[in-house]
Design a binder for this molecule. Structure first.
Ligand code: ADP
Length: 296
């Protein structure tokens, strides 16, 4: 499979502040990659570097070329944070204007339909709700028929229905073989969609791989049950790393689910409604950044 993005030993600073340190990453054609990290981890900076919006001398190849080159740019679509809302311009006019910048753009009428924007086609951008403006911004990212998409927090401001539609569009793009790099705070959605995860922490990748590989690395299990006993009875059981109680429901987070379950056996007569769950991406991510993982 061909390399679409190739980053080697990339370091970047704003003035004296080093934000990205010696990063290496390769993304192949057709992959959906989730870029995750706390606020300030450097996700947006990395996307801007890949897009050629910030200067680098070396370390990045996009379609085999330096970022920002016209040939590469024409094969890239991006949805950055914030929407461009020009005065006195309709949705259709904006899409035609953008389409004219690309050699083989999508058909604007089809794009309006695929994006659920037919009803707004002749509305002014300034009259749209925040969620609809976000949809237009996504349509603008797609108008050039890109092979590679960079999406920075694309679903912020979208309501539940718009988010669902967005992820359906991503599945269609996946089936078309597009390569997609996406950052989102909705970790459940990333867990369901991304083929590979890159977790940025303090300017370096704390993890690169599939969600299954991440789960195998952080062998976390959540054991959930109901009891009249107090949380103190369970806090020190084998492999329990966190315990939370809400009324008579208890969640135990375990580093070794089998060991904790064996230790729970004597308590079984006093326990009901027991369920066991492998850790979600959110659980693991919260552990990685040293915050208490909750059931998602
Ligand atoms: P993220 O997208 O993961 O929230 P950013 O890439 O926006 O992280 O920011 C990474 C770090 O770089 C943060 O500490 C942020 O304050 C800093 N930073 C971002 N943009 C600038 C800038 N233009 N000038 C100086 N520092 C910046």
């Amino acid at each position: 499979m061909s390399k679409v993005v190739d980053v080697k030993e990339l370091t970047f600073s704003y003035g004296n502040k080093k934000v990205l340190k010696n990063l290496n990453l390769t993304i192949h054609q057709g992959e959906i990659v989730g870029l995750i990290g706390e606020n300030g981890a450097g996700k947006t900076t990395l996307l801007h570097l890949l897009l050629g919006l910030l200067p680098t001398d070396r370390g990045i190849k996009i379609f085999g070329d330096k970022p920002g080159r016209r040939n590469a740019c024409q094969r890239i679509g991006s949805m950055l944070q914030g929407d461009i809302v020009l005065a006195n311009v309709t949705v259709t006019e904006m899409l035609y204007e953008a389409a004219a910048q690309y050699p083989k753009p999508k058909d604007v009428t089809e794009l309006l339909q695929e994006s659920g924007l037919q009803a707004q086609a002749n509305q002014l951008l300034t009259n749209l709700s925040g969620g609809l403006q976000r949809r237009v911004t996504f349509a603008l990212a797609l108008v050039g028929n890109p092979a590679l998409l960079f999406l920075d927090e694309p679903t912020v401001g979208m309501d539940a229905q718009a988010r669902k539609m967005f992820w359906q569009q991503i599945q269609i793009l996946r089936d078309l073989g597009k390569t997609i790099v996406i950052t989102s705070h909705y970790l459940e959605e990333i867990q369901q969609t991304a083929d590979r995860l890159f977790i940025l922490q303090n300017g370096t990748f704390a993890f690169q791989g599939t969600f299954q590989e991440l789960q195998n690395k952080y062998k976390r299990t959540i054991i959930h049950f109901r009891t009249k006993l107090t949380i103190k009875s369970f806090q020190k059981l084998a492999a329990v790393v966190a315990a939370t109680q809400a009324e008579d429901w208890i969640d135990l987070t375990s580093d070794d689910g089998d060991a904790t379950l064996r230790a729970l056996v004597p308590f079984l007569p006093a326990i009901s409604n027991l369920s066991i769950q492998r850790a979600s991406l959110e659980n693991i991510f919260l552990k990685m950044i040293n915050k208490r993982g909750s059931l998602s």
